[in-house]
Design a binder for this molecule. Structure first.
Ligand SMILES: [Zn+2]
Length: 105
């Protein structure tokens, strides 16, 4: 089937202005999408589109990575700070008493 033959057999949707083959489909792509969403009923309105779902997944992964990075850096900072307090005597006196290392000594 050539392009011109296909154009002759296609029909333009009155609502959306899109061309479709009336023998293959009941309506244009927009009509079919709307009817599919209507058939889904209220659940289709509540459900997110795949794009939104993947966006939510990416945001969750980003949040987890941020939390892990923050926890790791906090732990690293605390470890380095404790080692510095242990090695440099002057820092122990100036360090706040809340540190378990200085309160133990
Ligand atoms: Zn249409």
């Amino acid at each position: 089937m050539t392009e011109s033959e296909r154009a002759l057999q296609s029909v333009r949707c009155e609502r959306h202005g899109l061309r479709y083959d009336p023998r293959a489909h009941d309506g244009c792509a927009a009509c079919r999408r709307e009817s599919g969403a209507a058939a889904g009923g209220a659940a289709a309105d509540v459900d997110r589109t795949p794009a939104q779902r993947s966006l939510v997944g990416a945001l969750v992964v980003t949040a987890i990575l941020l939390l892990l990075t923050t926890a790791g850096l906090t732990l690293l900072h605390e470890t380095v700070a404790q080692q510095l307090r242990a090695r440099i005597p002057g820092l122990q006196r100036e360090a706040p008493a809340e540190s378990p290392l200085t309160s133990a000594q």
